[in-house]
Design a protein around this ligand. Structure first.
Ligand code: ADP
Ligand code: F6P
Length: 501
């Protein structure tokens, strides 16, 4: 089996403890089972850029990480990735802040990742790059002569070309991404937007719904919705229900129904809109007041980015106002927490709650929605209220789907969820469970890797264009360091021998 080399900005180092975020949750399970090399940022900012990655191992996974300098952390991570690409790709261009100096450092960090990763690569390695921090990485690796198969997966949405046009760097980023052999997305909408951008910004030709031709090469596209390990999450939630931490929460509710929100504190998660809808619900329904509590866990995230700081202030202000206006001496309607909560406790809280409120303005997938379904007690399940703008809504259409911009509709959905009878709750839950029960991050990862192998095998069979380098795919793994050449090679992929000239 070829070694899998995963590359991501955020690496969940075993030594660093738990971190909130969909990427780590999705990939952790896969890497644990399959093993391989995981390369990326150490999570540490240090004054000097180290010349060599730090390496640690756990089980079958080797982690190789590099520190960022303060300037890289500010310009590559905070400003360009989170302050520019994140809002742009989530179709919130008015929030995006573009600065050429940030773009330059973003590229420089990708080059440094490529340089340091190249020294660790072996023939036969399959390289799988993740997310918007590393869009230029495939091109940077190719420029260093790396010929291994490269796949890229985008965990967040991809905006339409109309929206992307607002960003000065976008054409070159799209061109760079086309250096990968396979580009994966969460939904067919994201894939369609990327294909349209590749055609309009890079001059690629779309030869089929999942194929682009660019610079004489075939680039495959695919849809790979990220999944959770539903059965183990369900077991964890059931076990946690009786734990002290969950029983304390249950006791504190004094029989009131619990509405639960669990998110990173992020402008895309629709947290303000959620509080407005909750306020509207309480204002409209006297009989619901005093009989319900909203627990919103909004773990602090990216706290050096201005829009995140502003959101924190706005949320604190709104939460204080809501409790002051609607609370009573013996009833606090809203509990807002910003500290991260351990995953086990989150699972238990989900099982205790009557409503799961997952209402991002836009989201690539949203694993919290899937976790909420998995955590429920089939005999007495809670109701998922889900934004139609989350990727997960395409699979979880038995949830109460809402438009997070429509405060009244969200308040009505909350009302409906709180009053829903057992039979409807069970029947909706069964449909939701069926949508997630047979899937897992491991199946997701295998399906991506299989498509990557197929994509590179197909590329290898294509007639060569003059001046276009051959791809070396799936050579038998060797312990010797990689020879970075573009020479012809005899290859095996998906069981067949391919001669590249
Ligand atoms: P994102 O990747 O944007 O953070 P997802 O919903 O896809 O969003 O994934 C978030 C993951 O992190 C989930 O596994 C969720 O349980 C976890 N998580 C999110 N917020 C919190 C929180 N406040 N405390 C603990 N875990 C959290
Ligand atoms: O899922 C999107 C994502 O940006 C992941 O790449 C990341 O792990 C997660 O959100 C949390 O963000 P960050 O790594 O910036 O804390």
């Amino acid at each position: 089996m070829n070694r899998l080399v995963v590359v991501s900005n955020r690496v969940p180092l075993p030594s660093a403890g738990q971190q909130a975020g969909g990427l780590a949750v999705a990939l952790d399970g896969l890497m644990e089972k399959r093993g391989g090399l995981w390369f990326g940022w150490s999570g540490i900012v240090s004054p000097e850029a180290a010349t060599e990655p730090k390496v640690e191992s756990a089980g079958a996974v080797d982690y190789a990480t590099i520190d960022l300098t303060p300037e890289e952390h500010t310009r590559y991570y905070n400003n360009f990735s989170n302050g520019m690409l994140w809002p742009l790709l989530h179709t919130m261009p008015e929030m995006m802040k573009f600065d050429r100096r940030d773009a330059k450092v973003y590229r420089a960090v990708n080059d440094r990742f490529a340089m340091q990763l190249a020294t660790l690569l072996q023939p036969g390695d399959l390289i799988w790059v993740h997310d918007f921090h590393l869009i230029p990485l495939a091109a940077a690796l190719r420029a260093r002569g790396v010929t291994n198969p490269i796949g890229f997966f985008l965990h967040i949405p991809f905006a339409s070309p109309d929206v992307l046009g607002a960003a000065p760097e976008v054409a070159s980023l799209v061109r760079d991404l086309l250096a990968a052999d396979l580009i994966g997305f969460q939904t067919d909408n994201d894939m369609g937007n990327f294909a349209a951008a590749a055609v309009s910004f890079a001059g690629a030709t779309r030869t089929s719904p999942t194929t682009l031709m660019y610079a004489g090469r075939r680039v495959r596209l695919g849809v790979f919705p990220v999944e959770i390990e539903a059965h183990s999450f369900a077991r964890m939630a059931a076990e946690m229900e009786q734990s002290e931490v969950c029983q304390r929460l249950k006791t504190s509710l004094l029989g009131k129904k619990l509405i639960l929100g669990v998110d990173r504190l992020d402008p895309t998660k629709g947290l303000m809109q959620r509080l407005w809808a909750y306020r509207r619900l309480l204002e409209k329904h006297d009989d619901i007041r005093r009989n319900v509590t909203l627990l919103q866990i909004a773990a602090t995230s990216r706290k050096e980015v201005v829009s995140y700081k502003e959101l924190r202030d706005d949320l604190d202000h709104e939460a204080g106002g809501l409790n002051a206006d609607l609370g009573e001496p013996d009833w606090v309607p809203l509990r807002l927490l910003s500290r991260p909560t351990v995953r086990q406790a989150v699972a238990g809280y989900m099982r205790l709650s009557r409503v799961g409120l997952v209402t991002p303005l836009r989201d690539g997938m949203n694993l919290v929605a899937k976790e909420y379904v998995a955590a429920q007690n089939p005999a007495d399940p809670g109701v998922l209220v889900l934004s139609r703008f989350a990727g997960a809504a395409r699979q979880l259409d038995a949830a109460l789907l809402v438009n997070p911009h429509d405060t009244d509709a969200m308040a009505d959905a909350l009302d409906q969820a709180l009053r829903m009878g057992l039979a409807e709750r069970q029947s909706r839950w069964r449909s939701l469970w069926e949508a997630i029960e047979h899937r897992s991050p491991v199946v997701w990862g295998r399906s991506f890797v299989a498509s990557l192998l197929r994509a590179t095998a197909a590329t290898a069979r294509m007639p060569r264009q003059p001046g276009v380098p051959a791809l070396a795919i799936d050579r038998p793994a060797a312990a010797a360091p990689v020879r970075l050449t573009r020479e012809p090679a005899e290859l095996t992929a998906t069981g067949e021998k391919i001669r590249l000239n």
